[in-house]
Design a protein around this ligand. Sequence first.
Ligand code: KG4
Ligand code: ZN
Length: 333
Amino acid sequence: MSAYILAIESSCDETSVSIIKNGTEEISTVVLSQMDTHANFGGVVPEIASRMHIENITMVIEEALAKANMTMEEVTAIAVTYGPGLIGSLLVGLMAAKTLAFIHNKPLIPVHHIAGHIYANNLVKPLEFPLIALVVSGGHTELVYMKEDYSFEKLGGTLDDAVGEAYDKVARVIGVPYPGGPLVDKLAHQGKDTYKLPLPLDDDSFNFSFSGIKSAVINIVHNEKQKGNQIIPENMATSFQNRAVEILTKKTMNALKKYNVKNLIVAGGVAANSGLRQSLEAKSKENYINLIIQPIKYCTDNAAMIGAAGYYAYKLGRLADLTLNAKASDKLH
Ligand code: KG4
Ligand code: ZN
């Protein structure tokens, strides 16, 4: 029998609801982005984000059902992002999910946001194990080893800033408006690699560190300002992107070698980065790695990925009761 998962994602500044069939087929998705509102403040304002989720969540749920031409009775179970994320934002999606589960007597499936980013892959092609996932977003930079469904072994992660966060901060200091990542990516193609930036945490571990390179960018900008000079934003974008892409590619390839894994998936907002995509494609080809990078619509936050992950959690009996709480941070498990 087919399973239809109604999934809710509200961990940051997107209110999103999807209906996913059997973990692989997207029946409907609605994503309501608050980006334009937060752009006025140069970043996500948590208080505003949760208020906007409250205003929109009911409408987004109704729209996703209407687009799918389905009623709640036809939904098998409810999946929801319980964490990690902004606590106020998470609570809105969670309360909506718990209310629906209670009223309609449906199973409730808790989904870790990063599991969602990884399982978004199933909407493109079923995961093949063992695999290594590079998860790169505004909140995460992680290399994860999976030998089977829902088995997550973290090989390493960022010790400070996430790569997307570093992109957004670099964007701000070089005068690029929020959200900076995509615009820095665009600029990087127009500039030259002229600024001497360090290759961050270039060691044998699978950890990352992006605060040093971010500070290096800030220092150069300030020093030039003091001398009465302007930096060349596109050259800084190129220099920063080259270094970020180089270290992400290098450590990912090292992990694949060490664990003798041939399947690589890349997930999260920064997987939309064109420099990273090109670099991983080239290196994967060279090393006979089966690489899947998700289409851009699945890279940034959406509920389809939560529905895909939720289906596998459901199959494994990983359910929650109505005491489920939101968690601002939580280990991927
Ligand atoms: O996965 P996501 O939508 O939200 C989180 O879970 O964090 O990722 C958002 C992050 C932001 O930092 C954004 O600047 C970055 O992904 N991003 C990019 C690109 N597109 C989005 N960073 C670099 N290049 C891009 N093309
Ligand atoms: Zn995300």
